[in-house]
Design a protein around this ligand. Structure first.
Ligand SMILES: Cc1cc2nc3c(=O)[nH]c(=O)nc-3n(C[C@H](O)[C@H](O)[C@H](O)COP(=O)(O)OP(=O)(O)OC[C@H]3O[C@@H](n4cnc5c(N)ncnc54)[C@H](O)[C@@H]3O)c2cc1C
Length: 506
């Protein structure tokens, strides 16, 4: 192709922005279409009644993936880090248990054994050293071969590289159950929770997850959590600004309504609310699978997907100083006494709200007081996992208020005085996520069950539409900031291969 290729990206979440950066690096003429007025998608910092809140993702792991994305636009790592203003979150987590124990997980993994020793004793500390090394081995065996890789068919699945990696994962015991694998290193059930609860980030109950999901614990506990100054929304803002500087057009408030196809089935035109249509050579869609099918007007029968549990997230204000009475950090996981039962409640066919819940409390002010404390009030968010709307079709419009009050009362009783007086700014719940177009009312997309993971997950190529590729949490490798950033690079590599041949692809 002699002229510059025109590529459209649907969605300016982190997947779309990353895809756009890698596309631009190949010289393509890139336009990103975004329904809303700002970049970042589900990673955002919003102002509610004059106060700032991280209203989407809060736990930032592997920020170097975003640094690398900026690198694709010619920005040095040092410059990228400066623009992102990354700060270590230390401790990465505070974990509070029903028996009163508290574990502060230091950002620096070298300090974790000492923290574990003071919370759980010397035996646990010894086990944790080995556990951290095992987690890193799982990561090393898995990442390049099974996560950051475009599969081109059966040959890739059976080649030497894949077989070696699979053999290594087998040797590490990573193909068995997650809890069993972790319990080989740490006998204390509380510590097992600390290293397995992350499976829920992938939409899978820890006791049913494969040990390959231990990679998430390496990403957060093993490598430490970070936060950008000014809040999580900075990630999208910095990426969008760098893209604009590099000549990428980002059209906000421009929802894509249709992907019109030509006679060979390829997408020829992207139709938006704001214009007549833009001619394209290729498209990357970061929409959920069924939304993408709707844009194509496709009536193709597709397999039923299983979605992750959802969440009620309450954002509110407490007087500054009140939080100093809490055992808490930037991210606090407060575990109920129940465990397997909790996951049965939120992931079962007949789901219900947790009876003895575990919660994630976020205090972004710990990393950035300037942004998240105003008029003597600190912004606090509490995330309570819930079933999605397929699992439990609950009337959240009426339930969210009373349920939130119950959660806040529970947390007050668990040692967070004043939580029940939280001045509520906003409650997000499964019905609001559904209203925002998220299937099953969950922002956590398609669960990573065995049939929806790796090569079995919805692929990033769309069958029968040769120039349409997918990125984002519904496709490979999956849900969460690091996977969607990887997905953007993978989809861009597919486009490069289509337009320029395999030598341009990664
Ligand atoms: C409350 C909450 C907590 C979370 N916590 C974490 C966490 O701590 N750590 C973590 O790593 N992840 C977390 N996540 C998950 C993470 O935020 C997502 O997996 C990730 O941001 C998804 O990115 P994406 O680009 O695939 O999709 P999105 O961010 O959803 O972006 C898609 C974009 O496409 C736009 N769009 C949709 N349809 C159209 C259309 N037709 N035309 C134009 N634009 C369209 C949308 O407006 C949106 O901006 C959390 C999510 C939520 C909501």
């Amino acid at each position: 192709m002699n002229r510059t290729s025109r590529v459209a990206v649907v969605g300016a979440g982190l997947a779309g922005l990353t895809a756009a950066a890698h596309l631009r690096a190949t010289g393509a003429d890139v336009t990103v279409f975004e329904s809303s007025a700002a970049p970042g998608g589900l990673v955002r910092t919003e102002t509610i009644d004059g106060h700032r809140f991280d209203t989407g993702a809060t736990v930032l792991t592997m920020p170097e993936l975003i640094v690398d994305t900026l690198g694709a636009l010619g920005i040095s790592a040092a410059d990228a880090r400066e623009r992102l203003a990354l700060r270590p979150v230390d401790p990465s987590y505070v974990m509070n248990y029903a028996d009163g124990t508290s574990l502060s997980v230091p950002h620096d993994a070298a300090q974790i054994p000492a923290a574990v020793e003071s919370a759980f004793g010397a035996d646990s500390a010894h086990g944790v050293v080995e556990l951290l090394a095992w987690l890193r081995n799982v990561y090393d065996a898995e990442y390049d071969v099974f996560i950051d890789r475009n599969y081109r068919g059966l040959a890739d699945l059976t080649d030497t590289r894949t077989r070696r990696a699979a053999a290594e994962l087998t040797r590490l015991g990573a193909l068995g159950g997650l809890t069993g694998a972790v319990s080989r290193f740490v006998a204390d059930e509380r510590l097992q929770r600390a290293f397995t609860f992350q499976a829920l980030y992938a939409g899978v109950p820890p006791h049913r997850a494969r040990a390959i999901y231990a990679i998430i614990a390496d990403m957060d506990i093993g490598r430490g959590v970070s936060a950008p100054a000014g809040g999580m929304g900075r990630l999208g803002d910095v990426l969008a600004a760098a893209l604009t500087d590099a000549g990428v057009r980002i059209e906000y408030q421009a929802p894509v309504r249709a992907l019109r196809r030509g006679s060979d089935g390829s997408v020829t035109t992207v139709v938006t609310d704001t214009g007549d249509g833009v001619d394209v050579d290729a498209v990357i869609a970061t929409t959920e699978r069924d939304a993408t099918a709707a844009l194509l007007g496709s009536g193709r029968r597709m397999r039923t997907l299983q979605y992750s549990p959802s969440a009620v997230v309450v954002h509110g204000l407490v007087p500054e100083g009140m939080t100093s009475r809490w055992r808490s950090g930037h991210h606090t996981v407060d575990f109920g006494a129940a465990w397997t039962q909790t996951f049965a409640e939120i992931t079962g066919r007949d789901g219900r709200v947790m009876t003895d819940g575990s919660f994630l409390i976020t205090r972004s002010a710990v990393a950035d007081r300037e942004t998240f404390v105003a008029d003597g009030l600190e912004s606090v968010s509490v995330l309570a996992p819930t079933p999605n709307l397929i699992s439990a079709d609950l009337a959240w419009g009426e339930l969210a208020g009373p349920y939130t009050a119950e959660v806040l009362r529970t947390l007050t009783g668990r040692g967070y005085p004043g939580m029940d007086e939280l001045r509520i700014s906003r409650i997000d719940h499964p019905r609001t996520w559904l209203r925002d177009g998220l299937p099953a009312g969950t922002p956590f997309s398609v669960a990573h069950s065995v049939r929806q993971t790796g090569p079995l997950r919805t692929a990033n190529v769309w069958p029968s539409v040769p120039n349409l590729f997918l990125a984002g949490s519904a496709t490979v490798p999956g849900v969460g900031i690091p996977p969607v950033v990887v997905s953007g690079g993978l989809a861009a590599a597919r486009v490069a291969e289509l337009l320029h041949g395999p030598e341009e692809a990664r």
